[in-house]
Design a binder for this molecule. Structure first.
Ligand SMILES: [Cu+2]
Length: 125
């Protein structure tokens, strides 16, 4: 075998190894999609408070899901259920979070007590 042929074969081999590695990495990525499970396998859904809005304003979850609100604004907001008792956060500063685990099915409307026009809902199935 001459040197030219050998280097050509090495090139093919390297290409194959790189290709197989990429495929394996890709498949691993597909097999494990971005999970919304938090520590302990608890399902966590995020609501972002941004520009005086809850996003998503309407969130559908299954019972047992923990919802975490994160304040992305530079003004304080709160997360308060309409009945003011089911859940009620303190004033959240920038990047502060509030979490609540919804255990019973139903529709939970909430608002920001600082800016009552800010409203959202969580629908628990
Ligand atoms: Cu607010």
């Amino acid at each position: 075998m001459n040197i030219k042929k050998a280097s050509w074969m090495i090139g093919i081999a390297v290409t194959a190894v790189v290709g197989i590695t990429l495929m394996a990495l890709t498949q691993r990525g597909l097999a494990a999609p971005p999970s919304d499970k938090g520590p302990g396998g608890i399902v966590v859904k995020e609501v972002k408070i941004d520009n005086f809005n809850f996003g998503p304003a309407s969130l559908k979850i299954v019972a047992g899901t923990t919802v975490t609100w994160t304040n992305r604004d530079d003004v304080p907001h709160t997360v308060v259920s309409d009945d003011k008792t089911t859940f009620k956060s303190k004033a959240l500063d920038t990047d502060e979070q509030f979490s609540y685990t919804f255990t019973k099915p139903g529709k939970y409307s909430y608002f920001c007590s600082v800016h009552p026009k800010m409203t959202g809902e969580v629908i628990v199935q």
